[in-house]
Ligand binder design. Structure first.
Ligand SMILES: [Zn+2]
Length: 266
C-alpha cells in the first residue's frame, strides 16, 4: 500500500519536473525587453500606448503572445515566433532571402504588424492585439535561437545538459542563462540598462534585417560550440556568454522603443 502511494507521488513529482513548453526568451527575458523599451518612449508614444494597453505595462504584456499558445484558436500564430534559415549563409545571403521572404514567419509578420499599427484607422481591439504581438516579436528577433535553425528546429534538437538537467540549446537561451542570474525583471533592467551613447545610436539606426542577421550570426557560432550530444554546460558557459545575452536584451529594448516612438509619434 505504502509502496503504491510512493509510486504515485513519484509520478506526480516527475510530471512537475518535466520542462514546460519552450517560451522564447522566457518570461523574464521578454519583460526585461519591455521594461527597457518603456524607459526610452517619448511622451507622445507613451500616452498613446497607455491609451491602448490601459493599466498593463509594456513589460507585462510582453509575454502575452506566448500565453495565448495555450488557446488552440491562436495556433496559426505559432510560426510567427521564429524564422527558418539554412545554416552557413553569408550576410548578403540572409538579406537577399529576407527581401524575397513570403513565408509566414517572424520577419514577414513583424513587418506586417508595424505596417498595420501605422494605420490611423485601425480599430482599437486590433490595435491592442497587434501591439502586444509586436512587443513580443521584437524580443524574439533578438533571441539567437529564433533565427535560423531550419534543420535543428531552432536548436531544440541540440541536446545539452545545463548543470545536470537534460535540456537543449534553445532552452539555454530562452531560460537557463537568464534564470541563472537570479534577478527579477526590474532588477535585471536596472543592471543592464546602461547603453553607451554611441552604440545606442548605432543600434537605433540599424533596421530589422540587421537585427535578424545579428541573431543568425550569433546562433551559428553557438552551434559550433556544441561538440557532442548532451554536452555539459555550466559556469563557464555563463561566463562566456553573459555579455552577449545582456547585449541582445538591451538592443531589443532600445530598438523596440525606437520602433514604438516611430509608430506612435505621428
Ligand atoms: Zn515568442
Amino acid at each position: 500500500m505504502q509502496k503504491t502511494v510512493f509510486k504515485k507521488l513519484l509520478l506526480i513529482g516527475l510530471f512537475f519536473y518535466l520542462p514546460f513548453q519552450t517560451m522564447a526568451w522566457g518570461v523574464i527575458g521578454h519583460r526585461v525587453v519591455g521594461e527597457i523599451a518603456d524607459k526610452y518612449l517619448n511622451t507622445t508614444a507613451r500616452a498613446k500606448i497607455l491609451k491602448i494597453l490601459g493599466i498593463e505595462s509594456v513589460a507585462m504584456v510582453s509575454n502575452w503572445a506566448d500565453f495565448i499558445k495555450s488557446d488552440s484558436s491562436f495556433k496559426h500564430l505559432d510560426s510567427w515566433h521564429y524564422i527558418n534559415l539554412d545554416s552557413g549563409l553569408s550576410h548578403k545571403d540572409v538579406l537577399d532571402y529576407l527581401n524575397k521572404d513570403t513565408a509566414v514567419d517572424l520577419y514577414t509578420r513583424t513587418s506586417f504588424l508595424v505596417k498595420e499599427l501605422k494605420k490611423k484607422n485601425l480599430p482599437n481591439d486590433k490595435k491592442a492585439f497587434f501591439l502586444k504581438l509586436l512587443i513580443h516579436f521584437v524580443g524574439d528577433i533578438h533571441q539567437p535561437m529564433h533565427v535560423g535553425g531550419k534543420s535543428d528546429l531552432g536548436g531544440n534538437t541540440i541536446r545539452v545538459s545545463w548543470f545536470n538537467e537534460p535540456s537543449n540549446l534553445h532552452r539555454m537561451w530562452d531560460e537557463h542563462l537568464i534564470e541563472f542570474q537570479q534577478l527579477s525583471y526590474t532588477e535585471y533592467t536596472r543592471a543592464i540598462n546602461h547603453p553607451n551613447a554611441a552604440l545606442k545610436k548605432k543600434w537605433q539606426a540599424e533596421n530589422m534585417n540587421e537585427w535578424l542577421y545579428q541573431s543568425y550570426e550569433i546562433g551559428q557560432q553557438l552551434r559550433t560550440e556544441i561538440k557532442q550530444p548532451n554536452q555539459r554546460l555550466s559556469y563557464q558557459y555563463n561566463f562566456n556568454h553573459i555579455a552577449t545575452l545582456n547585449r541582445r536584451l538591451l538592443q531589443a529594448g532600445v530598438r523596440l522603443a525606437t520602433l514604438l516612438n516611430e509608430i506612435f509619434s505621428k
